[in-house]
Design a protein around this ligand. Sequence first.
Ligand code: NAD
Length: 377
Amino acid sequence: QVVFIPKEIAGEPRVAASPETVKRLAGLGLDVVVEAGAGLGSRITDEEFVKAGGSIGKASDAGRADLVLKVRRPTEAELKGYKPGAAVIATMDPYGNEAAVAAMAGAGVTAFAMEFMPRISRAQSMDVLSSQANLAGYQAVIDGAGEYDRALPMMMTAAGTVPAAKVFIMGVGVAGLQAIATARRLGAVVTATDVRPAVKEQVQSLGAKFLAVEDEEFKAAETAGGYAKEMSKEYQAKQAALTAEHIAKQDIVITTALIPGRPAPKLVSAAMVASMKPGSVLVDLAVERGGNVEGAEAGKVVTAANGVKIVGHLNVPGRVAASASLLYAKNLYAFVETMVDKSTKTFAVNREDELVKATMLTDGGKVVHSAFANVAA
Ligand code: NAD
């Protein structure tokens, strides 16, 4: 059976395999074909894939594949090249893209959305949201520091003292925790906020201060799945009142707040941006999902009237592509491994498996995922 790893289309430097995972896929008895140049955006050469036991092919080799491993959801053009019944594993970004989900069903592929992998211990090694968000949180601090025209650590020198920068992290999931750790390592004074109470201790254990409206609604804000609920208008108003004063004093604000399947909550208003000192920087990691910061623009660094910069880079994990690809490839491999019968060395989807049930979007020409029950192929 053939596994194909295509070169991602423009704007995506990551790749869904690494030399290590090619070696392991080959070890499972699969015939691994990597499209020429697929790894170059992540500093992996064709030779390295060949040395690991893969072969180099063309985009049209997708048509021979039983399994396609990707970073992004296949485009209509890519889908045309796949054979019906082939499995495709990628981050599918399905919410709001129902037509694209239907197109995958129409193409007859069995599509898996890695972002729906349940957060249970068995699937921890397959958690692409965590592996990529962790790097995004790191990179957000690097990007913020890069746009900031002062130093982050306190420096006491013969020529005088540079004060430590104040960094505020809004939303402390996987990305936010790494942002706190990274900003601390750079010597900043770090504060953080979230609506989930479980976060408080994690923030404090990283040496940052926690700031939040800790009312009854806050105490119930975490879903059984560990995610945040969408907060009420009243809570949002209280949260804004609490954070407004704080934001005005910050040098760098990094926002990472997301709610699964919903637009990102607006946490920083234009008035709050206007209250910040010239030269301060906001980094909005939620910009692709509508943004946490008013005025943030996807794919741009915007300078507000008062000289405050709002950073809205797209695909932040792709800005550390070489690291991101290695982890992403490993996540995919861990999932594929569960679908290969070790004795017969065959890849077969077990539709009874809970990981398959949770992640399968389309199968047999239909949209099968419960979150997209109304989408017809
Ligand atoms: P996420 O990307 O969905 O959201 C980022 C953060 O934004 C969350 O902490 C959320 O609470 C916060 N947020 C949402 N609305 C907000 C608002 N109005 N104001 C302030 N903050 C707001 O979250 P994530 O990074 O995917 O993490 C979600 C949870 O899953 C965490 O508890 C994390 O520790 C947990 N997790 C578990 C596993 C596992 O068990 N395998 C793996 C990874 C993460």
